[in-house]
Write a protein that binds this ligand. Structure first.
Ligand SMILES: [Zn+2]
Length: 256
């Protein structure tokens, strides 16, 4: 049993065959998926998508890459939405200092607002941190205690350690399957297994065998077997540990 801790199942790339995508995921052992939001306009569709099958768990938030779509009032709307819907997490939120043209001060305002909501509702946070891990660490410490996940982690061993010490798990997906990702693959081999979550980030970030194609949650098993091979352990051990980590973080019903 696997948990896809980050899957944009509501994305329009899945509109034509979403039921089949979910069925393939279940057939591949993916028993549950966390579906994070990107902007306020997407919340309603995301909720509807997650109501179509068991094992689909929504998270609601305002993604930093979609900054131009966010308005200050979306933070108060998010508070009301979370209070009513009781999702498993706040997110996707965070900081992106890689993409040009995203105002840093505005990003920080939305990120801080969402960390405040996570704290208020005692929910984990799904964090996007690109070229921004130290800034994310500083922010989550200001709102401590928090829990969450640094999704698609690409930082250093030291940053991973500090995140874990701050209550955050490390989300790993397709990038670990690329031979050239030497630093990430070295890290994956040595991080404590209690700190790891599996993710696909579908429809984005396909594994190396599906480069350039739409990614699917059913491919989570490839991430799992790659991490197992890098650590020199059985895929079952990675599956068991990461599923337990996801159940604990998101307070999911037990899949065992
Ligand atoms: Zn995402």
């Amino acid at each position: 049993m696997l948990v896809d801790s980050h899957c944009h199942l509501d994305a329009e790339e899945f509109d034509a065959d979403r039921d089949a995508v979910i069925a393939r995921a279940r057939a591949a052992g993916v028993a549950a998926q966390i579906v994070p939001a990107v902007d306020a306009a997407s919340w309603e569709k995301l909720r509807a998508v997650c109501a179509t099958a068991p094992g689909l768990h929504p998270a609601y938030g305002l993604h930093p890459m979609y900054l131009e779509r966010h308005r200050p009032e979306h933070l108060s709307a998010l508070r009301e939405w979370i209070e009513r819907e009781r999702p498993v997490a706040v997110g996707e939120c965070g900081l992106d200092f890689f993409v040009d043209g995203l105002d840093a001060a505005q990003q920080r305002t939305y990120f801080d607002g969402q960390l405040r909501l996570a704290r208020e509702f005692a929910l984990p946070v799904i964090v996007h941190a690109r070229r921004a891990v130290d800034d994310v660490l500083a922010a989550i410490r200001r709102f401590a205690p928090l829990t969450g996940v640094a999704h698609s982690f690409s930082g250093s061993a030291d940053q991973a350690k500090r995140l874990f010490e701050s209550g955050f798990l490390i989300g790993l997906g397709g990038p670990v399957t690329y031979e050239r990702a030497q630093r990430l693959r070295g890290l994956v081999a040595t991080l404590p297994i209690e700190s790891l979550l599996l993710e696909t980030d579908a429809p984005d970030q396909p594994d190396s065998a599906h480069r350039g194609q739409r990614n699917e949650p059913a491919r989570l098993a490839t991430v799992c077997t790659t991490i197992a091979a890098l650590r020199g352990i059985e895929p079952d051990a990675v599956a068991h540990a990461t599923t337990a980590n996801a159940e604990r973080l998101f307070r999911l019903p037990s899949l065992a």
